[in-house]
Write a protein that binds this ligand. Structure first.
Ligand code: Z57
Length: 796
């Protein structure tokens, strides 16, 4: 497409789709017009892919996920369809600012963090690899809350992405599926009919996901909850206007809002209803499609693979059994076998507070038939394994991890360490019974968004050096290695990083009114706020460092900017205190004339996908400092390494694999191993001991306790200080000393010529962390699915 063709398409949409004139169009209208012009280019390859998967009778992958954290879509589509030149040219021609238009798009924040973002990367990779697939989730009216700071405290505001028209989706009123809750069960022999007492409708909305070069496009189908009977006209006619709209409002609550908890479970009724709502709608849709193409349900596992992203869709097991057994008359044991061969399950955490358990009473009320089937599935499992232990039900709760395991033919962890720990801890017994069921698929990230799109300077340098093949064959980045000896390459590598830092510094100055020196180390920790991720350990180190600079302000310190980003779950009190402490520390440090040249703290509010795209390319140092054994994988860690940041990190999650690949000398390792953590926890005095041995740590904690960062309320941080001295479950104190050592090692290495070599090795050896590699792994080890044959590039 040429710039002038693009310009005509934009003008056409401006007038005929948006009903606007050039003279009255706002930035919103231009963005929509551009989006529709780009969307037009998606449709043909997308239809082509759909037609070919039907015609070729290809096996389809169904990715069931409560969250899809997709972020902005316009630039992604432009890049994958190779429309940059056309779009930029058209925008220039029209006298518009291309960057500004892209920035006008709100993030689609239909997820909390890593799990939701992984689902989004997987969708993009499945399209790039021409893996016939469909994502299923919920079309939340409100995505993850927006975060604001008020006197340093986090304030949550509703997120309203659907206040504007969403250019990328197609409403599918004909894809409307009845969903029931409650009611009673009528047993007929071993089978049963379920008569729900409450019904609503799941309506589909399809978003095309286009792969690299437009080769293939899959669909993300998100369900919206609609009332069965919209409006009570009789009540309305009686004059009861508010009550007339009630059934509608009630049904719609199901897709109203995303639960804002990441790795902490709340066990709320509405949440269980959301889970069943989207899972049941998706399964019915999958079976309907299967039955339109094939007439033998026994072949379901050959033609469909259904991935459960965590336990949120775990009700898929019993629901699929119900559809096959109760509704289609298949023998129970056979139904369980077919369901199991179709289903697989990804575990994303071992944290006990994140493992879903549903109260049996609640489950029985909402899903009476499913509870009966869960008991039978359990009995069958006991019979098959000769075990006498009830696995999926315990103290009046249904354990969704165990249920998912029993109903899946493969269960995967998300990093090598995490998979290993799964076998030794939460699924120890089940693993012994089914030793080949657990497999590892280490997470990955899409290089289209997380390098090509977010870091154009580094991308151009890479393409000029080794050609363009890396974009969909990321392991080609290895070809950079011989250039790491070449001083002109290294200079350009450093220049790209410096320019990204200058851009970020300008944004900090303009948007946050904080000035930072781009020559400083840009040290970044961006992720959800959680004790196990230990933002407070990073803060203590910052405070200790600050105190040391104050002791000797003229010692020639290596300047640093500590950058934090992340949201706390609204109900997670400790995490919210960490948020506030970070802001309070920033206030004191940034205005300290003795130290602020050397040390600043920047905490931009409302960390999201778009902000990550801005921060990661400018980072020198990536903070991956979770307590070993607690972070299942991490994916931010991969994005940083790929963009040439060095990691300071523990041996946790995928850090282990990153360090193996980029080599130990290019990674700042510190801290206890997962085994050492478990050992040390047995010693109840671990925190006190660690504090007694490290005067810097003691002083930092004392400073927090003293009210130095909250003079108006000196007791504000006693909670944090007490937790660290007495409890410290996540071993902040015990790892602090080694963390400090590693940070000083960073100071020593930064600015030396070798730093750029180390950074470049990180980029060159991160190719394995492409989500293309991960998806190939799932296809081979779990889904038994193949890419569509003979796929050609649509865009070039
Ligand atoms: C979530 O984002 C993750 C795990 C969960 O159990 C829930 Br709920 C949400 C994260 C892990 O914490 C990360 O370590 C991991 O990289 C990510 O899921 C993707 O696997």
């Amino acid at each position: 497409m040429t710039p002038s063709e693009m310009k005509n398409a934009i003008l056409h949409h401006l007038v005929y789709t948006l009903g606007k004139d050039v003279s009255t169009a706002h930035i919103y209208d231009w963005r929509m017009a551009l989006s529709f012009a780009v969307r037009d280019q998606i449709v043909d390859p997308w239809f082509g892919a759909t037609r070919r998967s039907y015609a070729g009778k290809l096996k389809r992958v169904y990715y069931l996920s409560m969250e899809f954290l997709i972020g902005r879509l316009l630039k992604d589509a432009i890049i994958n369809l190779r429309l940059e030149d056309a779009a930029l040219g058209a925008m220039n021609d029209l006298g518009l600012n291309y960057e500004q238009i892209l920035e006008d798009e709100p993030d689609a924040a239909l997820g909390n963090g890593g799990l939701g973002r992984l689902a989004a990367c997987f969708m993009e990779s499945m399209s790039t690899l021409a893996c016939p697939a469909m994502g299923y989730g919920i079309r939340y009216e409100h995505g993850l809350f927006r975060q604001r700071f008020e006197d340093g405290r986090q304030v949550e505001e509703p997120e309203d992405w659907l206040n504007q028209r969403h250019a990328w989706e197609f409403e599918r009123p004909e894809v409307a599926i009845d969903i029931g809750f409650g009611g009673h069960v009528q047993e007929i022999g071993k089978r049963a009919n379920w008569y729900p007492s409450e019904m609503l409708i799941a309506m589909g909305h399809d978003t095309p996901v286009i792969g690299w070069k437009g080769r293939w496009g899959n669909t993300l189908r998100l369900w919206e909850a609609r009332p069965m009977h919209g409006f009570d006209l009789q009540r309305f006619n009686r004059g009861d206007y508010a009550a007339a709209a009630e059934p509608e409002a009630l049904a719609r609550t199901l897709s109203r809002v995303l639960y804002p908890d990441d790795t902490t479970e709340q066990g709320k009724e509405l949440r269980l209803k959301q889970e069943f709502f989207f899972t049941a709608a998706s399964l019915r849709d999958i079976l309907r499609r299967f039955e339109s193409e094939y007439n033998d349900l026994k072949r379901l596992p050959q033609k469909a693979a259904i991935q459960m992203n965590d336990t949120h869709p775990a009700i898929a097991g019993p629901e699929l059994v119900r559809l096959l057994h109760d509704e289609r008359g298949m023998d129970f044991e056979e139904a369980v076998g077919i369901a199991r061969n179709t289903l697989s399950y990804t575990n994303h955490t071992l944290l006990p507070e994140a493992l879903e358990r549903w109260d049996e009473g609640l489950m029985g009320r909402l899903l009476p038939r499913h509870l009966q089937l869960i008991y039978r599935i359990n009995e069958l499992h006991m019979k098959d394994t000769g075990s006498r232990k009830v696995t999926a039900v315990e103290d009046g709760h249904v354990k969704m991890g165990e249920l998912s395991f029993i109903m899946a033919h493969k269960v995967n962890g998300v990093s090598a360490l995490h998979t290993d720990l799964m076998k030794k801890t939460v699924f120890k017994d089940l693993h012994e019974q089914h030793p080949t069921r657990i497999v590892n698929e280490t997470n990955g990230v899409t290089p289209r968004r997380w390098l090509l799109s977010c870091n154009p300077r580094l991308s151009s340098l890479i393409t000029e050096t080794i050609g363009e093949g890396w974009v969909d064959n990321l392991e080609q980045l290895e070809r950079l290695e011989p250039h790491i000896k070449d001083s002109s390459f290294l200079e350009r590598f450093a220049a790209a990083k410096r320019a990204n830092k200058v851009d970020l510094a300008r944004w900090f100055a303009d948007d946050l009114k904080i000035s930072v020196d781009p020559e400083s180390i840009f040290d970044v920790q961006i992720k959800r706020i959680h004790e196990y991720k230990r933002q407070h350990m990073n803060l203590l180190e910052t405070i200790a460092h600050w105190l040391e600079i104050r002791d000797n302000p003229n010692a020639g310190w290596v300047p640093r900017v500590k950058i934090f980003g992340g949201k706390a779950a609204p109900g997670y009190v400790f995490a919210k205190e960490i948020v506030r402490l970070t802001n309070d520390v920033a206030k004191v440090l940034n205005s300290d004339p003795l130290t602020s040249r050397y040390l600043k703290v920047v905490y931009p509010p409302n960390y999201n996908v778009s902000l990550a795209e801005r921060l990661i390319p400018a980072a020198d140092l990536s903070e991956q400092i979770s307590t070993a054994g607690k972070e299942a994988s991490g994916t931010g860690n991969m994005k940083f390494a790929l963009n040439g940041a060095l990691t300071i990190g523990t041996l946790d999650g995928a850090n282990v694999e990153i360090r193996d690949l980029v080599k130990a000398e290019n990674f700042f390792l510190f801290g206890m191993t997962a085994e050492e953590v478990m050992e040390r926890r047995k010693d109840s005095g671990h925190a006190a001991e660690a504090i007694a041995k490290d005067s810097r740590l003691a002083r930092a904690i004392e400073t927090v306790r003293s009210g130095r960062f909250s003079p108006e309320e000196p007791g504000r941080y006693h909670g944090i200080a007490d937790n660290l001295t007495h409890h410290d479950y996540f071993m902040v104190c015990s790892d602090f000393t080694d963390f400090w050592r590693a940070q000083r090692e960073v100071d020593g290495a930064f600015g030396k010529p070798n730093w750029t070599c180390m950074a470049a090795y990180n980029t060159a050896r991160s190719g394995w962390f492409s989500s293309d590699r991960t998806i190939r792994g799932y296809m081979a080890d779990i889904w038994n699915a193949a890419p569509a044959p003979e796929v050609e590039d649509a865009a070039e």
